[in-house]
Design a binder for this molecule. Sequence first.
Ligand SMILES: *[C@@H]1O[C@H](CO)[C@@H](O)[C@H](O)[C@H]1NC(C)=O
Length: 171
Amino acid sequence: MAPKISLLFLAMAALHLLAQSTQAQQPEPVNDFCKAATHKELCTKMVNGSKTMHDASKNAMENTLVAALKLQSMSDLIPPALSSMRATTQESILATCQDNFDNTIYDLELGLESLEKKDQRTLLMHLSAATMSDCTDAFAEMGADVPSALSTEMDYVFKLVSNCLAVVQQK
Ligand SMILES: *[C@@H]1O[C@H](CO)[C@@H](O)[C@H](O)[C@H]1NC(C)=O
């Protein structure tokens, strides 16, 4: 009976579509090199389908470097947030934050170099040094709030660095 068959066919096609759309909504499976990461979904995006530890580490650090460069370019948000303070205090906080952002970039660049030299100990040292605390501490010491756009980007870079540490140490 032809109508029955086409109904069955339609039902199967509908099920197939449903299965596909459910699949599309699910997040990408966690990359093998991201199993120990705190932010696994973000990590999986960072390593971008890498099949080797080297490529995963390189992609993770390169993507972190891009975000760290963006953060560095946002330091002009700092002075307006400190306008009620003494000029020397403003300069001091700005300098601390700029050093912090510069050092993070430097540590990521040397981390990438260490990866190519297969120097795991130096790599870990640089990634561990690439934190975001100095700038935040400088604001906190003066009882000032970090501008929210800057704070968001700092948190993001910090998550990326944390993921890099997990990737390069993934067993
Ligand atoms: C992932 O890899 C593709 C292809 O190599 C590249 O075009 C893309 O920019 C990469 N994305 C990230 C986030 O690294």
